[in-house]
Design a protein around this ligand. Structure first.
Ligand code: TXA
Ligand code: MG
Length: 334
């Protein structure tokens, strides 16, 4: 870490929002995370754009900042196994992999625990969660300072290459991050490998900084590739997303509804008799609506209503991602 001498938080930053990753700035960054702000930080792979994973609105802001067209699920960063066990169900294979590679550039996808307090939006409504314990001293110090699991995708705009320098983060995300902790270039420069341990066979979802060979040695078995497995189970997030749907049929752009229907409303829509009525954001705030979306769909579905009527949601900003998810959930299924 650079020795910044007498520099204190609140004094002039190196450039824009870039701050040297020293103890004072990391402490400040931890406070920012706890208050719901986004902080970009270095990991051993690439820079991440971090948010308190338990704060739905902070997580929604991550999607907004990245300009993700859909809610691609995010990796939750933890200090280690103890914190991970609160969030995910660990099979013996999951334990074996984390013993071999944590802390380090391996992400595992496991079922979420019932007691997990991580926002539904992190997993894009999936019953699973991606977990990784990073091996970078600054990432670990930030996790310790924030005392929260950190939801953090790579700190680049959606579709761009991942950022390996603080300056790249600033160029891509500008003022979307409240602070960018700079510890110089990242060492791997390649994202973590992602392995799903949700089904019977472990599946490689994304090759990355830990090699397939090393993972197979630790597992003691072959790793199925996403393509081999996809005929029997939906492995890729994209496929999983299109498979995610409430039991109830979903009716989009509804202006009227019957008393037996469940209603997903937005903005100033007037409440009329319905089986259940949930307004994602009475004030018309898309960040708040995104944070509430998946939990609301679950609740409406749990009401047992045959249909969910969704009132129109604006298409700008996070509205695009919300509409994308609703469209998928409304798509005809077999
Ligand atoms: O090295 C890394 O992994 C970096 C640093 C910041 O940790 N993070 C990163 O995050 O690359 P991101 O969001 O750019 O990529 C996360 C990957 C995506 O391919 C996503 O689809 C997958 O992990 N993923 C996340 N949650 C998942 C889930 N529940 N099921 C399946 N795939 C998931
Ligand atoms: Mg990425």
């Amino acid at each position: 870490m650079p020795n910044e001498g007498a520099r204190k938080p609140g004094e002039k930053l190196k450039q824009g929002r870039i701050a040297p990753a020293n103890a004072e700035w990391i402490a400040e960054a931890g406070q920012m995370i706890r208050s719901g702000a986004l902080v970009a930080f270095p990991t051993e792979t690439v820079y991440g754009l971090g948010a308190d994973a338990t704060n739905g609105e902070a997580v929604a802001r991550v999607f907004e900042a990245k300009g993700r067209p859909a809610f691609n699920p995010l990796i939750v960063h933890v200090l280690g196994l103890e914190q991970a066990l609160i969030i995910g169900e660990f099979s013996p294979l999951a334990r074996r992999l984390t013993e071999a590679f944590w802390p380090g550039p391996l992400t595992i996808v496991v079922p979420r625990t019932a007691k997990s307090d991580v926002s539904d939006l992190v997993s894009a409504g999936l019953p699973t969660v991606a977990l990784r314990s990073p091996d970078h001293p600054v990432a670990r110090a930030l996790l310790a300072a924030a005392q929260r699991p950190l939801a953090a995708p790579s700190a680049n705009r959606s579709g761009h290459v991942s950022a390996t320098h603080a300056e790249h983060v600033a160029a891509d995300l500008g003022d979307k991050a409240a602070l960018i902790l700079d510890a110089g270039p990242t060492s791997h420069g390649l994202e973590s490998a992602v392995v799903s341990l949700v089904g019977e066979t472990p599946v490689l979802l994304r090759p990355g900084a830990v090699t397939v060979e090393a993972i197979e040695v630790a597992l003691g078995e072959r790793l199925a590739r996403e393509t081999e497995a996809s005929s029997t189970r939906p492995a890729s997030p994209g496929q999983l997303l299109s498979h995610y749907a409430p039991r109830a049929a979903l009716r989009l752009n509804a202006y009227e509804w019957g008393p037996n229907e469940a209603v997903l409303a937005f903005g100033g829509v007037a409440e009329k008799p319905a089986r259940v009525f949930i307004n994602l954001s009475p004030s018309g705030d898309l960040v708040e609506a995104a944070a509430n979306l998946f939990a609301a769909l679950r609740m409406l579905d749990a009401s047992g209503a045959p249909t969910i009527a969704a009132t129109p949601i604006p298409k700008h900003g996070l509205g695009e991602a919300i509409n994308d998810r609703l469209k998928r959930a409304a798509a005809p299924r077999d």
